[in-house]
Write a protein that binds this ligand. Structure first.
Ligand code: NAG
Ligand code: NAG
Ligand code: NAG
Ligand code: NAG
Ligand code: NAG
Ligand code: NAG
Length: 683
């Protein structure tokens, strides 16, 4: 503010006028001159004096003109009051020295003022002042238009207004740096236009308004609204996929003013209205595209960005490989690993590098492609786990057919033949009677029923086991009841013996008669005298039996034992005869020889040799007979048929390439004290 200066100048002008007028009258020429500056700036309402001095004359006539209009006239020193223009009398006063004083000067007194002094005979002189009356600048207000400054093409404007004041000079500042018009700013009357505003235009805008006597600075803080900017999505922990059950969160950030409000959308639904999406113990159903939508709540600008969350689950179990036959010609390799998100990718690299499947995959190849015995690996790839399985196709292996005999409730013999050949894919078993096809399928058994054993024996059966890689064929020649081998064991004191026997694998047997020739057992009652000369049945064993114990033997006596195989009532050839008792273990002829006495003559020996020969040739004949001789009238023993029907089934042995002509069923037995019961079967 300059008002104190102005006041000082006013004082000095006044003093100068007073002093100069004291020493006047000495010069010869009238001269008037300003006693201070000729440019005078004052506030409106203040008191100011335009001070002059003069010399060269006393008491000249003074005339002040406002512009060209004389407003005050006076003769200095005169008693006659000055003549003041009517409408200026409230303001203008003339001082005794000729200076002009303005009291409470109004605005409209800004003008050029000229003082002219005249003195008759001494000429005239004049000088000119310029008076500027200013109003104080007051209550300046800056306003922003529009109300919200926004980043973008629309400019915003700052405009000042004030209650009063005369502005001679205005200066705009942004954060204390002066602004000049350029491509970004346009400085106009009473306003500043910010073109293409952006976020860096946020700050304090100041306008300084000046006139020669006052200066006012006013500011406004402008926030340029912007955003949301491009959102940044960050998952934590960051993974290409998540295993179901895991927990994670995803943050959504973007710059903006005001800070943007976030919202998470999944499947068209709002799942969170916070900028962090928390997912705990995720399920596979929660996998997919999540969208974060950010909104500037003042500008309503929106921006969104999506992230895909992969939530995976391991397939259950392990992959399984298999190979099937297609039309008996092709091999279809299959690989499966079900479940899982996403489904596992399955390939057979050894078969094809170009095809793959998801979850389930099959490839079909002709069996001629060298596939026999080739292990084919299926690679099962899942993001969580890599696994594999393999399968090896193989042709049917050589096998031995087995035969199982049972008796059904109607008393018929049920013969179940079985052909099992290991093969991958599983072999198809076909049955033939002679050349006639009977059945075909994957069940390895074939069952035939008849009440007459002879009917089984007349037919030739065969089976083939086939898969696309090959086949195996076997004939099954059923045999009547027969025994291939038998043995006798006895306990140390000779009171118990055990008979064991074996049966050819294709023999039809439903039971066995254990026969004895010799003295009565200690357990038998001894009513029937003389029957010790024929074989009599002492036990009946079921078709599954391969051994029999005989108790209560008298170790001092001799016994003969044999086993008769049976198919229902039909009897097969007896087993060899086993002896026990003193000297037991020697052959019959030897016993006979010993009985005849060693001292006997050569003739006796010859006779013995002859009987040995006869015996041998008889045995030979017998073995040449058909495998199933007809029932023999001699040595026929009655049995209880019920015992046959209760014959249990033997479990079938597994046949492999080891061909065994007969079944070994029992190890060499050890003897335990027999239970104190009588043998149930009586003759
Ligand atoms: C101006 O002069 C008048 C009369 O002499 C006086 O009443 C007034 O207070 C003065 N004003 C100022 C601002 O000095
Ligand atoms: C999300 O989890 C964070 C910490 O992991 C927690 O600070 C925040 O409050 C959670 N937000 C919600 C919406 O649950
Ligand atoms: C597939 O690729 C592997 C490795 O590159 C190769 O060993 C295999 O022979 C290929 N299989 C086929 C069917 O081409
Ligand atoms: C085939 O699979 C079996 C059982 O899964 C495994 O023991 C064997 O090593 C595999 N063979 C090959 C060649 O991968
Ligand atoms: C069994 O059949 C054969 C020939 O078919 C016949 O000779 C025999 O008498 C029959 N046996 C029985 C017990 O029916
Ligand atoms: C069974 O086969 C044998 C020898 O292969 C043959 O001699 C016999 O005639 C055949 N029997 C039938 C009923 O075809």
């Amino acid at each position: 503010m300059t008002s104190p200066d102005e006041f000082g100048r006013f004082i000095s002008v006044f003093l100068a006028v007073s002093l100069s007028s004291t020493f006047q009258g000495a010069s010869s020429e009238l001269l008037v001159s300003p006693a201070g500056p000729t440019l005078v700036n004052v506030f409106s309402g203040s008191n100011v004096t335009l001070a002059v001095t003069f010399s060269g004359a006393s008491d000249p006539v003074v005339t002040w003109s406002m512009g060209d209009l004389p407003v005050v006239t006076w003769t200095i020193g005169s008693d006659i009051p000055p003549v003041v223009a009517q409408n200026t009398r409230e303001v203008l006063r003339i001082e005794s020295g000729g200076s002009l004083t303005f009291v409470n000067v109004p605005l409209n007194y800004s003008s050029r003022y000229t003082v002219e002094m005249t003195k008759s005979g001494l000429g005239k002189s004049s000088t000119t002042f310029t008076l500027n009356v200013f109003e104080n600048i007051q209550n300046v207000v800056l306003t922003l238009q529009p109300d919200l400054a926004k980043e973008g093409p629309d400019p915003f404007t700052l405009q000042y207004s004030m209650d009063q004041g005369t502005v001679e000079q205005k200066t705009w500042f942004f954060n204390d740096v002066e602004i000049n018009s350029n491509s970004h700013y346009s400085v106009q009357t009473e306003r500043l236009v910010v073109l293409q505003p952006n976020r860096s235009d946020t700050g304090r805008y100041t306008v300084t308004l000046r006139n020669p006597i006052s200066s006012v600075a006013t500011h406004i803080d402008v926030n340029v609204l912007y955003g949301p900017d491009e959102p940044v999505l960050e998952a934590s922990p960051a993974r290409p996929f998540y295993v179901s059950g895991a927990s994670l969160n995803v943050s959504c950030q973007a710059d903006g003013f005001p800070r943007p409000a976030a919202e998470w959308l999944f499947d068209g639904q709002t799942v969170s209205d916070s900028s962090v999406l928390n997912l705990t113990r995720v399920q596979t159903s929660q996998g997919g595209v999540y969208t974060c939508r950010l909104t500037n709540q003042l500008t309503n600008e929106q921006r969104q960005k999506s992230i895909t969350l992969n939530i995976y689950e391991r397939p259950s179990g392990s992959p399984t490989c298999s190979v099937q036959s297609v039309n008996d010609v092709d091999l279809q390799y299959s690989c499966g690993w079900s479940g899982g998100t996403p489904p596992a990718q399955l390939t057979f690299p050894a078969l094809s590098n170009s095809s793959s499947g998801a979850g389930n995959f099959s490839l079909t190849f002709n069996s001629s492609n060298n596939l026999d015995g080739k292990t084919v690996i299926c690679m099962a790839d899942h993001p969580i786990e890599q696994n594999r399985c393999n399968v090896t196709a193989s042709n049917p292996v050589r096998f031995l057919p087995t035969v199982r005999t049972t008796v059904d409730t109607e008393g018929k013999i049920v013969v179940t033949m079985q052909c099992v050949s290991e093969a991958v894919p599983q072999a198809v078993v076909s049955w033939f009677e002679g050349s006639e096809a009977l059945s075909s399928g994957t069940t390895p058994q074939f069952e035939i029923r008849d009440s007459n054993v002879t009917n089984f024996l007349l037919k030739n059966y065969s089976c083939t086991c086939r898969n696309p890689l090959g086949s195996q064929r076997r004939e099954i020649q059923l045999r009547g009841p027969s025994i291939s081998d038998s043995s006798l064991f006895k306990n140390p004191n000779g009171t118990i013996i055990t008979l064991t026997w074996e049966v050819p694998s294709t023999s039809i047997v439903t039971g066995f008669d254990i026969q004895l020739k010799g003295p009565d057992l200690l357990s038998e009652d001894t009513k029937n005298i003389g029957r010790s000369s024929v074989f009599r049945t002492i036990q009946v064993r079921p078709g599954s039996a391969r051994s029999a114990d005989v108790l209560y033997l008298d170790p001092k006596l001799k016994y003969l034992f044999r086993i008769i195989p049976k198919a229902l009532q039909e009897k097969g050839n007896p087993s060899e005869v086993h002896r026990t008792g003193p000297g037991g273990g020697l052959s019959g002829p030897a016993i006979a020889g010993i009985a005849a006495g060693i001292p006997c003559s050569l003739l006796f020996l010859l006779l013995l040799a002859g009987s040995v020969y006869l015996c041998f040739s008889w045995n030979k004949n017998r073995s040449r007979q058909t495998r199933y001789p007809g029932p023999r009238a001699t040595e026929k023993a009655t049995t209880t048929p019920n015992n046959l029907l209760t014959g249990g089934l033997r479990s079938l042995p597994d046949y492999t390439l080891h061909e065994t002509p007969s079944e070994k069923s029992m190890p060499v037995p050890t003897f335990h004290p027999p239970p104190p019961v009588r043998v149930a079967t009586r003759v």
